[in-house]
Design a protein around this ligand. Structure first.
Ligand SMILES: NC(=O)c1ccc[n+]([C@@H]2O[C@H](COP(=O)([O-])OP(=O)(O)OC[C@H]3O[C@@H](n4cnc5c(N)ncnc54)[C@H](OP(=O)(O)O)[C@@H]3O)[C@@H](O)[C@H]2O)c1
Length: 235
């Protein structure tokens, strides 16, 4: 039975990743921030799901979350840094406060989670950071702050891999996924984006979750310090 922490697992991709581990018989710390009810509802049938509140943009809350976990288990096999936000606006409407919030949540949060949970990791443990193709080569000025945070997370992945070896550290870079994050997208925009995707559709979150689950498995024991795109073939 693996012991797993997934940030931002109350809904969306994080919840799908959590369900795969839970259905495999693993124990999963489901981190939520604002969506407590949703998290409770999503995981009511999973006795091995342990809900834990934490705003990953808040260092003190991260420390508390890791302390809570430490009081219940001796180690963690897997950390998935999944929590993330986007605040899409025209470039002229970008504010420093929002840019900061995105960096705090998407980039500094994953660093602090690993910093404080590091001593719970074993040599066989692994970390998976959820980045985005926006952090590699698909750029959208309305999400330039988000894109920069996801590029930073890839850099963080590589440095963590160097620092923590033999703990494996990898990133997953999804393209478009059907989650709440994209629920307000314009139909025309979705259609245009799909023209650039060889599979002509957005991903179901399960299709990305499977890749994360594999990366955490013993079958992926030689995959390290890499970024795996899951974007349906974007060009
Ligand atoms: N959807 C896409 O197309 C796409 C593409 C590439 C990468 N991604 C990345 O995939 C990850 C999951 O995204 P998603 O599509 O599942 O988004 P989502 O449906 O909007 O869900 C976001 C999750 O992150 C959590 N979260 C947000 N801020 C948080 C904070 N400060 N502390 C703790 N948890 C926080 C939310 O928890 P609460 O609701 O409990 O606050 C929620 O569980 C993100 O890192 C995102 O950037 C998404």
């Amino acid at each position: 039975m693996k012991k797993v922490l997934i940030t931002g697992a109350s809904r969306g991709l994080g919840a799908e990743i959590a369900k795969l581990f839970l259905e495999n018989g693993d124990l999963v710390y489901i981190n939520y921030n604002q969506s407590k009810d949703k998290a409770q509802d999503n995981f009511k049938n999973y006795p091995n799901a342990h809900l834990v509140k934490c705003d990953v943009s808040n260092e003190e809350e991260i420390k508390e979350m890791i302390n809570t976990i430490k009081n219940e288990v001796d180690y963690l096999d897997v950390i998935v840094n999944n929590a993330g936000i986007a605040i899409d606006t025209m470039v002229d409407d970008k504010t420093m406060a929002n840019f900061q919030k995105i960096i705090d949540t998407n980039l500094i949060g994953p660093f602090l989670v690993v910093k404080y949970a590091r001593y719970l990791l074993k040599n066989t443990s692994s970390i998976i950071n959820i980045s985005s193709t926006n952090g590699i080569d698909t750029y959208y000025p309305y999400s330039l702050d988000y894109d920069a945070s996801k590029a930073g997370l890839i850099s963080l992945t590589h440095n963590m891999a160097v620092e923590l070896a033999p703990i494996r550290v990898n990133a997953v870079a999804p393209g478009w996924i059907n989650t709440d994050m994209n629920k307000d997208l314009d139909e025309d925009f979705i259609k245009k984006e799909c023209e650039h995707i060889l599979l002509k559709r957005f991903a179901d979150p399960k299709e990305v979750a499977q890749v994360v689950f594999f990366l955490a498995s013993d079958e992926a024991s030689y995959i390290n310090n890499t970024v795996i795109r899951v974007d349906g073939g974007f060009r």
